[in-house]
Write a protein that binds this ligand. Structure first.
Ligand code: ADP
Length: 629
């Protein structure tokens, strides 16, 4: 009996796109089908471990590619799990992936829709790039299942009938389009398989050949000094379908405290490649060569979830099921060992190739910073992997070790100083840096979102405490030597009556919005009129910043306003107060000084509001200039 079903709406659109477009890279359909067969074989292998009753237990686990030139068909045959009637409809008639809609949207506008295929798990349907009719013969491994035949010409409907297949597995028969002759050529097929599917773990036979044409030997079980870089890269690409070479590979075999082989990769980019076959984070976990879990997230902490690769252990019991993997003690040891290995290798990488590491850091730095927050056991190791820009090195990332080494040259410096801000150009113009520049003290730039969190758990490095440059108790008087340039530029500070009147005025205007007002001892030159410092004991002084980032209700934190008694504006203000000039101009200037300081620290709640005031100040400035001329 034959039944006709309609494809899920999304698939209909997808098929339309695939059938009616021309693709340059359409050879990848073969990679998709072989990959599906390999998945089916992996699952069968796993079933054989856990289920006793499997149809045809003796059948070789293999893939065979067959060409019939006369019938113009190409067949991909496997002895994998096969599918039951319901599974055929479920798997080949619907796509559960939520990305499918977005795929169709993008594919519509793309000149080469094939770029999107792998990414959205529409792998199977790529057959319609090369075939105008497809027949699937399948028989499930379940002993009571019946054979099924699935037929589609890529139109709106497909047909499902009883099949006549007698052995376990799946045949996908492609009736090739007229312009797809190349896929009837065994030489061409061999090349494609070598290129995309060489490391499939099961033998791939071509025609009636008796020798597999792929390499098969698990690359991670080979000795690291026998594997070439090229082979590592090829394996990576066949695992992930990434186009780019990985940034780093780590190949290790260890016996104690737990036996494992691991071949791990750091991808070049944080975003998965458009073709990526890996749809979720996680590593492939093999127990004695059998794939137990395709996406195992229990082998590495979450902050290393960008890693790709394979872990294979002889110590995992073979009867381990996907559910019990997590609870297994061996897993705990594996995770610890592998995490340690990755962190050590990253450190070596940084030493060996600082440029490569910098490129890695640009992509994955925030992940490692997250690690510092959540993995206290590895805090030390992770801290040494951190990189920052700084006043001494605004264009080249430096490590905390480099900072500490350099600070030895500064007299009496013991703390590591950092400045928090929105981005490099803002912090470089911050008044907080002035006294540090004047004394030749290096300051690290903490300008990434996660840095506000980072400083809540990174208090010191190798015995040197980390100190914010806006710290209330900052005292640099003994540290370094003040450069002569600054000494000469010194103007006499305002003092006495004028000073206290000015301070009072600041207090009156700013009121509760500031913790207090004081004269700065730290601002040495004449470049900056004011800055905001954080009162001691406000341990959560960055909490507000974090709220701002999280879009929670944000309050401008109450800080200490420090003004520079040598600065021209401050001098002028003092004069205006003494002479009793335009009161509202004085207040507006004070207000603006405060808000400028907020802006520079990235704390301003709403910059737009200050425009009115700036315009008023400009009006005064331009008027007085006009009068003078
Ligand atoms: P994906 O492989 O990304 O899940 P596909 O569209 O390539 O998506 O395949 C859909 C589903 O069809 C697979 O997940 C699998 O369950 C089933 N399938 C495809 N090919 C085979 C096969 N050769 N043997 C058994 N099941 C298969």
């Amino acid at each position: 009996m034959s039944e006709t079903y309609t494809f899920q709406a999304e698939i209909k659109q997808l098929l339309h796109t695939l059938v009616h477009s021309l693709y340059t890279d359409r050879e990848i359909f073969l990679r998709e089908l072989i990959s599906n067969s390999s998945d089916a074989l992996n699952r069968l292998q796993f079933e054989m471990l856990t289920t006793r009753d499997v149809r045809d237990p003796e059948a070789e686990l293999a893939i065979r590619i067959l060409v019939d030139k006369e019938a113009r068909t190409l067949t991909i045959r496997d002895t994998g799990v096969g599918m039951t009637h319901d599974e055929v409809i479920e798997n080949l008639g619907t796509i559960s992936h939520s990305g499918i809609k977005s795929f169709i949207e993008q594919a519509k506008n793309a000149t080469n829709a094939v770029e999107f295929i792998g990414q959205f798990g529409v792998g199977f349907y790529s057959i319609f790039m090369v075939a105008d009719r497809v027949v699937v013969h399948t028989l499930s491994y379940r002993p009571d299942a019946k054979p099924v035949k699935w037929i589609s010409d890529g139109s709106e409907t497909y047909e499902v009938t009883e099949g006549d297949r007698e052995t376990r597995g799946t045949d996908v028969i492609l009736y090739l389009k007229e312009d797809a002759d190349e896929f009837l050529d065994e030489g061409r097929l061999r090349t494609i398989i070598h290129k995309h599917s060489n490391y499939i773990a099961f033998p791939i036979y071509l025609g009636d050949g008796e020798e597999p044409i792929n390499d098969r030997q698990a690359i991670w079980r080979r000795s690291p000094n026998e594997v070439t870089e090229e082979e590592y890269y090829t394996f990576y690409k066949s695992l992930t379908f990434d186009f780019e070479n990985p940034r780093l590979y780590i190949h290790t075999t260890t016996d104690a405290p737990v036996q494992y082989y691991a071949l791990l990769y750091v991808p070049a980019k944080r975003e998965p490649a458009i073709f990526s076959r890996r749809k979720e984070p996680g590593l492939q976990l093999y127990a004695r060569k059998v794939l137990i879990q395709d996406y195992c997230t229990d082998l590495l902490p979450e902050y290393l979830s960008f890693m790709q690769g394979v872990v294979d252990s002889e110590d995992l019991p073979l009867n381990v099921s996907r559910e019990t993997v997590q609870a297994n003690r061996v897993m705990v040891n594996l995770k610890k060992a592998i995490t340690g290995k990755v962190l050590r290798e990253l450190k070596d990488f940084a030493k060996r190739d600082s440029e490569g590491y910098a490129a890695f850091w640009e992509e994955f730095g925030p992940f490692l910073k997250q690690g510092i927050l959540i993995d206290p056991d590895n805090k030390e190791r992770l801290s040494s992997l951190l990189r920052f820009y700084s006043t001494h090195s605004p264009d080249k990332l430096i490590s905390l070790d480099e900072y500490v080494e350099r600070m030895q040259e500064v007299q009496n410096q013991d703390a590591i100083y950092y400045i928090l801000g929105d981005n490099k150009s803002t912090v470089m113009n911050s008044p907080h840096l002035e006294p540090f520049r004047a004394r030749g003290i290096e300051v690290l730039f903490f300008t990434e979102t996660v840095d506000s969190f980072l400083i809540n758990s990174l208090f010191e490095y190798n015995g040197h405490r980390l100190q914010n440059v806006d710290d209330e108790n900052l005292d640099l008087s003994d540290i370094g030597t003040l450069s002569e340039e600054v000494d000469e530029a010194e103007q006499p500070p305002i003092e006495g009556e004028a000073l206290s009147a000015l301070k009072e005025r600041f207090e009156k205007v700013l009121g509760d919005r500031v913790h207090s007002v004081r004269v700065s001892k730290v601002l040495v030159g004449t470049a900056n009129p004011a800055r905001l410092v954080s009162p001691e004991g406000t341990l959560d002084r960055h909490t507000q910043k974090v709220y701002q980032l999280l879009d929670r209700e944000y309050e401008v934190p109450r800080k200490i306003l420090e003004f520079n008694p040598r600065h021209r504006i401050i001098h002028n203000l003092a004069n205006l107060i003494t002479t009793g000039a335009d009161q509202s101009l004085i207040d507006a200037t004070i207000e603006q000084l405060y808000e400028n300081a907020l802006l520079i620290d990235g704390l301003h709640p709403n910059p737009a509001e200050m425009v009115q005031r700036i315009q008023r100040l400009m009006e005064v400035a331009t008027t007085s200039t006009t009068v003078q001329h």
